[in-house]
Structure formats: C-alpha cells, structure tokens
Ligand binder design. Structure first.
Ligand SMILES: [Zn+2]
Length: 540
C-alpha cells in the first residue's frame, strides 16, 4: 500500500467518525421532534421539529466537507465498505449544495403549500366538507348527481394551488440545475440512486404487461358500476369509480371485510402474526409505540427508527376494521425491518435500508395474510368452511385494487416527469391525456381544470410516487421467492422469518439496492413477477 492511499484511508476514517459523532444526536433529535409534534399537535413542538430539520440541512450544506468527500472518492486504495459509505454521504451532501437562499425560498413556499392543503375545506352541499367526507360519499352513493358533485368538490383545491405549484416547480428546477441536474425530477431520481432511463423503461414494461389484465378487470368493474348507478357502461365518468383518482377499486368483488374484525383485538392479531413468524421483539416495539387515536394527534400512520440502536416505534390510530388490520401489519412490517438491521458489525451510517422502496415493498408484502384462508381460520377464527371460499374472493378484490393502483402509478409518475421537464405546458390537458391512456377513465366532457393539482402528493411529496411502483415490483418478487422456497410467507412460519432477517434486514445499506434485491429474491428487479400476480381470471 502506498503512503498516499494510507493517508486517504486515514482521512476517510476520520471524516466518517466525525459524521457519526454529529449524526447520532442530530438525527435522533430530528426523529424525536417529529414523533413528539405528531403526538401533541402543539405549535412549540412543530417549531422544535423545524429547528432540528434546519440543523440537519445546514450540516449537509457545508461545501468544504462535500468537496473533501468527492476528493476521497477519487483516490485509490479505499476498501469497498468505505467507498460505499462515502458514496452515500456524497449524495446526502450533494442534495443540499444549491445556494441557501434558493433552498430557503423553496422551503417557505412548501410550508405555505402544506398549510393551504391542510386547512382547505371544499364547498359541498352548502357546507365546508373534509376530504374524508367527500371520499365517503364517492364510496357509498348510488346517485349520479351526488357522485359528480362530490367529485367536483374534491377537485376544488386544484384551482386554489395550481399557480403556486407551477411556481414551486420552477424554483425546484432552478435549485436542481444549480447543482448540475437537468431538472428537479431528474435530480430526485439520481440523488436516490435511481436511473431515470431505467425507470422509464420499467414504466413501459409495466404498461405493456398489465394492460390486458387491467382491461379485463375494468370490464367486470364497469358492469358492476353501471348496474349500481343505473346507467350504460359508456356513460361512466371519473366520479363513478368510488375514489377521486381511481387509485383503488371499489369493493365489488368481495363482501366487505370489516365485520371480520369488528369484535377482534386487531393489535393482538398483528402481534401474534409476527410472533409466529419468529419476530420476538414485536412486543417491545408495540410497548414503545402510540397506537390509538386521541385529540390533537396526527391522523396518519408511520413507523420510525429513532436512534438506529433499537428504539423503533410506530404511530397509529387503530380502530377495529379491515383497513386498520392491514395498516397494522404494514407499519409493523416497517418496524421489524428497522429492528432487524445488524447493529453489531454494521457502522451507524449503514443501519438503514439501501433504498426506501425496499422497506415500502416489504411492508406491502406483509399485508398478504389477510387474504389467506389459513390465517383467517387460525388467527381470526373464521370457520374453514367459510374461509376457503372467502379467501379467493378477498384475493380477487385485492388484485383488482392492485391493478387500479399500478395503472394510477403510471399516470402520476409520467405526469411528474413531464411536469418538471416543462412546468409551463398545458398541464390540464396532459393530466387527462394520461388518465385516459393508462387508467381508461374518460375525461368529463369539456373539462379544462387543474385536476393534477388536487393530488396531495403532486403538491407536497413530489417525485416520490415511483417508489410505490418499485415497491410493488419488489413485493411481488419476494412473494414468489417465498412461495417457491417455503410454501409462502405466512405458511413458512419461522423459516420465512429467518430468511427475511438474514437476507433482507441484516445487511442494512451495505449493498446498493440492485444487489440486495437480487440477493433476497434471486433475480434483478423486474416486472415479470408482478405481471403474473395480477392475472385476471374474472371474479365470481
Ligand atoms: Zn409504508
């Protein structure tokens, strides 16, 4: 080894140690502040959260450290693990290298957007209505006019925020160009270790391979909906689909699952499921978590790793119904992933998933027992004579919803890519061109309104949706792998659990994501497993 490479190894070691000394308290504070603010809803707690986030941003904005990381990565003689750690750190720094005043303007505009979204109430039926109320109407009504009115009301926010959103997109593009990217969308992919061309190629394959089953499912669905609303199939419009964006399929292929859980302790059902799969820390995780609704508490559900030392928690608002049964399995899936990452040999900075979609995909994978007849019988106590015919119907409903969701992902991911490539184009038209093409929902006659701006992700979680799609691809591959090797996730019991712990959780972010996907599922990430999982044979 040369003297030079020895000295760069020593510098790398020093830099990574300094980073850890900074990160341990700073990232812990940011996670705790978020947790506390979500629980209390108090302005002072939100201010604490903002301070913690700003401190993190200021740290990664330091140009001298960024340059030092770049130089170190150009030298020879670093081992693979050190190179991997520095490469991840470089991305964290690069994302904050745009001029600070530019980033501040974006943060201020985003905060205003967030506030507009959370305080806006649509005018409906002569009163101010929440999104939940409008979406309940869409799900349950059988009257054409009422469905149309609720749908139009749900889109009102679009016109309020559209101009501000275009302006934020221009700002985000300027900041992305300042650090050498073509536009904001491209920067978000590349900073997240995703190849934009590869993503577009994947979208193309997803489109081709899911079009036929989607059309078959939608024909069956349209028959149900035409009957429900007493109209011809040709008269169906976006408001008939039970969801403001047709991102899931209304419950027409299976009886409602809510009654299954009405008198069950869904938290205990989820805990017992994970105990049987061999995840013995589940009780400690639940004990640290906040499970039930109360005044002031944020309505969302999430999981968080506070310190990368085992303090993993989930934040829920549990009720006894099918939605919360699924959400429990999902969020606890995130927590067992975070809890399972190696903490003895892996350096602090690699105690993470290598890419968010793997964690998301695993959590979605964890929802599957709820359509498994053996789980319904053993865990929920549904007699097997009922569970055997019910399982496939619940599975058909699940597949129908998954098909709708995949096609919706195509709409929104293509929209965002095009939006950031040219924020001044005719976006109202682009949005409906995409909805018609991918989701086959006809635009309302003569409609020219910013319906794209009524989707909260477009406004406040930009360039994120592709992760849901990649997560679905990963989830389908994982399902196929465990079906082949141990007869299924739930059926495999502790063997399933052990496999996942060793192959998926333990390595943390040690490997780049493509390598981890191949290690866990036996194949590179692709579309085939998902395409096979959504075959539509018609529902009874
Ligand atoms: Zn999730």
């Amino acid at each position: 080894m040369t003297e030079r490479s020895q000295s760069s190894r020593a510098s790398a070691e020093r830099l990574l140690t300094d980073e850890e000394v900074w990160a341990r308290p700073a990232l812990r504070e940011a996670s705790l502040a978020w947790w506390t603010a979500s629980l209390s809803g108090e302005p002072a707690d939100y201010e604490r959260m903002e301070r913690a986030d700003k401190a993190v941003n200021a740290h990664y904005a330091q140009a001298s450290t960024y340059r030092q990381i770049e130089q170190l990565l150009e030298t020879q003689g670093l081992d693979a693990l050190t190179t991997r750690r520095l490469a991840r750190l470089r991305l964290a720094y690069r994302s904050k290298q745009a001029p600070v005043e530019m980033l501040d303007r974006i943060a201020a505009a985003e905060a205003r957007m967030q506030e507009t979204y959370s305080t806006f109430r649509a005018q409906f039926d002569g009163h101010a209505a929440t999104d939940n109320e409008l979406e309940d109407v869409l799900r349950t009504t059988t009257e054409n006019d009422r469905a149309e009115e609720a749908w139009l009301a749900r889109k009102q926010i679009g016109a309020i925020v559209a101009d501000a959103l275009r302006a934020i997109a221009e700002l985000r593009n300027q900041a992305a160009r300042a650090i050498g990217f073509a536009d904001f969308w491209q920067s978000q992919m590349l900073l997240d270790e995703l190849d934009p061309d590869r993503l577009l190629d994947t979208l193309e394959q997803v489109d081709q391979q899911t079009q036929a089953p989607f059309r078959a499912m939608k024909r069956d669905l349209d028959t149900h909906l035409a009957h429900r609303f007493g109209v011809d199939r040709a008269a169906l419009r976006p408001w008939h689909y039970g969801d403001p964006f047709f991102q899931e399929t209304p419950d027409v292929f299976a009886p409602p699952a809510d009654p299954l859980y009405a008198d069950k302790d869904v938290v205990e059902l989820a805990a017992q499921t994970y105990r049987k799969l061999g995840f013995r820390n589940i009780d400690a995780i639940l004990a640290r978590s906040d499970l039930y609704p109360r005044p002031g508490k944020n309505q969302h559900a999430y999981a968080v790793d506070i310190d990368r030392e085992g303090d993993v928690r989930t934040f829920l608002n549990v009720e006894r119904n099918a939605r919360w049964m699924n959400t429990l399995l999902h969020e606890l899936g995130h927590t067992i992933y975070q809890d399972g990452i190696d903490r003895t040999e892996l350096p602090y900075d690699l105690r993470d998933d290598p890419q968010g979609f793997l964690n998301e995909g695993f959590a979605m994978f964890c929802e599957q027992p709820t359509v498994d007849p053996s789980w319904l019988t053993r865990m929920v106590g549904v007699p097997s004579s009922e569970a055997e015919p019910l399982g496939p119907r619940l599975a058909a409903q699940y597949t129908a919803s998954l098909l709708a969701f995949i096609r919706w992902c195509l709409t929104i991911v293509h929209f965002e890519r095009s939006f950031y490539a040219d924020p001044r184009q005719d976006l109202n038209r682009l949005w409906w061109d995409l909805e018609e093409r991918y989701q086959e929902v006809p635009r309302p006659d003569g409609r020219d309104a910013p319906d794209w701006a009524s989707k909260v992700h477009v406004a406040t979680a930009p360039a994120y949706y592709h992760k849901y799609l990649y997560g679905r691809l990963f989830s389908a591959q994982l399902t196929r792998k465990l079906d082949a090797d141990v007869g299924g996730w739930w059926a495999g019991g502790e063997r399933s659990g052990n496999y996942i712990k060793h192959e998926l959780f333990m390595p943390g972010a040690r490997f780049p994501w493509p390598r981890l996907v191949e290690r866990v599922t036996g194949r590179p990430l692709g579309v085939q497993a998902l395409a096979e999982a959504v075959a539509w044979s018609g529902a009874n």
